[in-house]
Design a protein around this ligand. Structure first.
Ligand code: NDP
Length: 339
C-alpha cells in the first residue's frame, strides 16, 4: 500500500536555521554515504528513510559518488523518492555534492565548472529531481581557481538547479575567502559541511589556529557536521573485548579500518561511554548531543549521521531530546574528547 507520512513528523525533532539564511534544518539529518548502495537490500533502505521522515528528519544528504558502486546511492534514493516521498518534495531538503573522484580523468574530480555542472546534471537525472535544495563543492581544489568554483555555484543557483549552495571541508580561511567571492556574486554560501566528533575537533581550531565554526558564524553560514559518531566508533559497537571482530558493514576495511581502532581511541571511547551512562544516554546519543551543544553563535546547525538499520536510527534520534550539558560534564568529556 502507498506510503503516507506520519502526521506527527513536524513536531518530532527540533530544527535550527542555517546561519543567516532562509534554510532551516532538522537538528539531526541522515546521510547516504554508506548503507544505500547496491550492496544493501532496497527494503532496508526504504525502511530507514521512511522511519527518518516520519520522525522529523526531512533532510537527506547525498553525493555523486555514494554507493557502492559510485552513483548507486543517488539511484536508490531516486527509486524510494519516486515511490514514497514525491508527494512531500516541497518539505524535503535534499543535497548532493561533487568534488571527490567520480570517474577517471581530469574532469571526474575537483572543482572545475565542467565537473561540477556535469555532475549535478547527472545527479538530478539519477534521483529524478528537477532541483536539489543544497549543492556542495565537496572539497577545496588547489588546482582550480576558487573564483571558478564560486562562479559555478552561483550559476547553479541562478539556473534553478539548486536552491542553496555550500562547501565541504574548506579551512576557515578558505571559507571566508569563498564567502567574500560569493557575496560579490550575489549568492552567499548557506552552509558548510565539515567533519566533527568527540574524536575529531579540528573545526574548533584548525591548522592555522582559526575556528571554522566561528568563521562560519561570522560569514552568516550554518554548519552541518558529518561523522559525529566517528563512523560508528562512538557507539556501543566497538566497546566489547574484541572490537576488531565487530568491524562489519559496508564501510569496514574501506573508510573505517582496524588501524583506527587503536587502544588509545578505544580507551577514550570507554571513558565517554561511562559519562554517557551518567547522563542516561547511549554513547551514540551522547556523541550526537555533544556536537549539537550550545556554542553560542558557533552552535552547529545539524548533526549528519549515518545508520545501517532502523534500530540505530531510533537510538540516535533520541539524542535531540537532551543536548544540554553542565560545565562539569563538558570538562569530564574534554578529558577523553581529544583528537
Ligand atoms: P556516523 O559517524 O554517524 O557513522 C554512521 C555509522 O555508525 C553507521 O553506518 C553505523 O555503522 C554506526 N552507527 C550509527 N548509529 C549507531 C548506533 N545507534 N549504534 C551502533 N552503531 C551505530 O556518520 P557517517 O560516517 O556515516 O557519515 C554521515 C554522513 O555524513 C554521510 O552519510 C554523508 O552524508 C556525510 N559525509 C560527508 C562527507 C564529506 O566529505 N562531506 C564525508 C563523510 C560523510 P555500521 O554501518 O557499521 O552499522
Amino acid at each position: 500500500e502507498p506510503y503516507r507520512a506520519a502526521d506527527t513528523r513536524h513536531e518530532a525533532l527540533p530544527t535550527k536555521r542555517s546561519g543567516a539564511t532562509g534554510l532551516v534544518l532538522p537538528r539531526i539529518s541522515l546521510g547516504l554515504w554508506w548503507n544505500f548502495g547496491d550492496d544493501r537490500p532496497l527494503q532496508i533502505q526504504r525502511d530507514i528513510i521512511r522511519y527518518a521522515f516520519d520522525h522529523g528528519v526531512f533532510h537527506f544528504d547525498l553525493a555523486n559518488n555514494y554507493g557502492p558502486p559510485f552513483g548507486s546511492a543517488e539511484k536508490n534514493f531516486g527509486r524510494i523518492f519516486a515511490e514514497d516521498l514525491k508527494p512531500y518534495r516541497d518539505e524535503l531538503v535534499i543535497s548532493t555534492k561533487a568534488g571527490w573522484d567520480f570517474f577517471p580523468g581530469p574532469h571526474g574530480i575537483g572543482g572545475s565548472a565542467k565537473y561540477l555542472l556535469g555532475s549535478l546534471n547527472n545527479s538530478l537525472r539519477s534521483m529524478g529531481l528537477d532541483y536539489v535544495d543544497i549543492f556542495y563543492s565537496h572539497r577545496p581544489d588547489p588546482d582550480t581557481p576558487l573564483e571558478e568554483t564560486c562562479r559555478t555555484l552561483d550559476q547553479i543557483v541562478r539556473s534553478g538547479k539548486a536552491r542553496y549552495v555550500g562547501i565541504s571541508s574548506y579551512s576557515a580561511d578558505q571559507t571566508l575567502r569563498a564567502q567574500e567571492i560569493m557575496r560579490d556574486l550575489g549568492t552567499p554560501l548557506a552552509i558548510h559541511q565539515p567533519s566533527y566528533s568527540m574524536l575529531n575537533r579540528w573545526v574548533e581550531d584548525d591548522e592555522s589556529g582559526s575556528s571554522l565554526l566561528a568563521a562560519c558564524a561570522e560569514a552568516g553560514m550554518g554548519t552541518i557536521v558529518f561523522s559525529p559518531l566517528a563512523q560508528g566508533m562512538l557507539t556501543a559497537k566497538y566497546l566489547g573485548d574484541n572490537p576488531a571482530a565487530n568491524l562489519t558493514g559496508s564501510r569496514a576495511g574501506t573508510s573505517l579500518t582496524e588501524s583506527m581502532l587503536t587502544t588509545e581511541n578505544l580507551d577514550r571511547v570507554r571513558g565517554l561511554n561511562d559519562i554517557a551512562a551518567t547522563r542516561g544516554q547511549s554513547l551514540a546519543q551522547l556523541a550526537i548531543a555533544w556536537v549539537l551543544r550550545d556554542q553560542g553563535d558557533a552552535t552547529v546547525t545539524s548533526a549528519l549521521i549515518g545508520a545501517s538499520s532502523v534500530d540505530q536510527l531510533r537510538d540516535n534520534l533520541v539524542a535531540a531530546t537532551n543536548t544540554d550539558f553542565t560545565s562539569d560534564e563538558l570538562d569530564a568529556i574534554d578529558r577523553f574528547a581529544v583528537d
